[in-house]
Every structure is written in C-alpha cells, then in structure tokens.
Design a binder for this molecule. Structure first.
Ligand code: FES
Length: 272
C-alpha cells in the first residue's frame, strides 16, 4: 500500500475526477486485508474458463459479498500469467469485464481499457488519469503444488490506483548493485505494434529478445501466438503486444523510456 503522501495525493486527485463520489463511504470500506490469504480456484479451472470473477475478502454474507469493492477477476493472460485485478474501474467505479478475444479489460461505462498483464489503463478516460491513478489494484497470486491458486496482499487502493512504476525502482536498484547482470523483463506496449516496428525497436536498443507475444487476425477471431525469435515472429504474426527481453538493468531502463512501452516488469511471477 502506498505512503501517506501517496494517499493524500489520491485524495486530492479524487476530488478532480469524481467530485460527486462520497469519499467517506469509501474510507469506511477500507479493510485490513494484508493478513488474508484466500483460495480462488484450481489452475485447471482457470485454464478451461480463461477468467474467474471472485470476491475478496469473502465474508459468506451475500450482501457484503456483493459489494463492488470486493469484486476481483482472476485472469489467465495470453502471455500465460495469472493476474488477480480489482474489477472497480479507476475512472468512476463501474465494474469492467474481461474480453478474452481482445485480451483486454473493458469498462462499459466510458470505455476505459486495461492491459490484463499490467492492470494499467491503455485507452479511455482512465488512461488520461495521471500515475498512479491509472492502474487497477492487484492481488498477489500464488500457486501450490496441487495447482490451487491463492490470493493475498492487495497492492493499491480499490477505485483509486496502484504504484505500478515501483518495478522501475527495482531495476534502478539492480543497476546500482549489479549493473552487468542481465535480467529478464516482460515488456508490454501501450498499443500493439507491427512486426516491422518491433524489429526496428529491437535493433534500436540492441537488446536480446527471448519471446515475442503477438497475434494474427482471422476474420473476427484473434489467434494469440508466442515466438522464440524475431524470425519465427515474422513468419507467424502480424501484430506484437509485448516482448520479453534479456538485458542489463541500464539497457532495460532505456527501453522503459520508449513512448511505446508501458513498463518493463521483471519476470518471476506465477506461471502455470
Ligand atoms: S467508470 Fe470506467 S470508464 Fe468511466
């Protein structure tokens, strides 16, 4: 959870974006959830459904469990990551829905769209909100040896946002401690780019690429693809929405400054 300064900043900003929302009601709803670890589903269920909506923390009381501030979505993203995101849009608090065909979390009220891997808004009014109020709060996800998925430790404030750029602070700290050690970083783009543009970007930063995530459109269907090299990607896909890079911290920080990149995220989260 953010610092007091961060929270005050959010309060100030909330007055701009939602002057009619009673903040007292929100404050009453804040709960201590740090100690709660809750099973949501088994990975096999998630693989067959792609997405599971759930309540956190679950109380067993139907009225309390219907509270929008307790609504989350567990998503198996096209990159194979499991994410648990608050369903409350950080614009004006409608509940968004995941569209597996577009691999986007879409808010029906004013069209904000979130990247499911990062939880960061990529379109609509939430996209124009300043950091850190443009990202969905996220729960930590853990998988046990039986494939049961547990969530805990909310990162962010439901309805307000999340300090998602703190991943950059980790990379900056690595730059100080071990500047020559190469690390893997999942690097999603704000908007999908063509394979030609991807090639130029890789050459421009002179980075090693371990995986390329993209897709082809076949009529209304989207075929999600992963390639292990640029040559393979050129054969298989038209559009690229993310690359996984292997580079020194200083090189990754240069990529982070590219306007097309949301953020490089150090790999190491749950993978089914
Ligand atoms: S409430 Fe979601 S876009 Fe406005």
């Amino acid at each position: 959870m953010g610092s007091r300064r961060f929270f005050l900043k959010l309060l100030a900003f909330s007055a701009l974006i939602a002057p009619f929302i009673p903040i007292g009601r929100y404050l009453q709803r804040r709960e201590k959830v740090d100690q709660i670890k809750q099973r949501v589903a088994n990975i096999n269920e998630l693989k067959s459904l792609g997405e599971i909506n759930f309540v956190f923390p679950r109380t067993g009381d139907p009225e309390q469990d219907m509270d929008p501030f307790r609504q989350y979505a567990l998503i198996l993203t096209p990159t194979g990551e499991v994410r648990a995101l608050s369903r409350v849009c950080v614009h004006l608090w409608c509940l968004w829905k995941y569209d597996p065909n577009l691999a986007e979390c879409i808010c029906p009220c004013h069209g904000s769209v979130y990247n499911p891997d990062t939880g960061v808004a990529t379109k609509g009014p939430a996209y124009y909100q300043p950091y850190p109020t443009n990202a969905l709060p996220m729960l930590k996800v853990e998988l046990n040896e039986d494939g049961d998925i547990y969530v805990s430790q909310l990162d962010g404030i439901v309805g307000y946002g999340r300090e998602w750029k703190k991943d950059l602070a980790n990379i900056q700290s690595m730059l100080r401690k071990a500047p020559d050690k190469e690390i893997r970083a999942y690097t999603p783009f704000w908007k999908s780019i063509t394979i030609t543009e991807t090639e130029k970007l890789i050459r421009r930063y002179n980075i090693k690429v371990l995986k390329i995530y993209g897709y082809v459109k076949r009529g209304k269907e989207t075929e999600w693809l992963v390639a292990g090299s640029l040559d393979e990607a050129k054969e298989k896909m038209e559009w690229v929405y993310s690359i996984e890079i292997f580079a020194k911290p200083g090189e990754i920080l240069k990529v982070a400054d590219d306007d097309r990149v949301i953020i490089p995220m150090i790999r190491g989260n749950v993978k089914p």
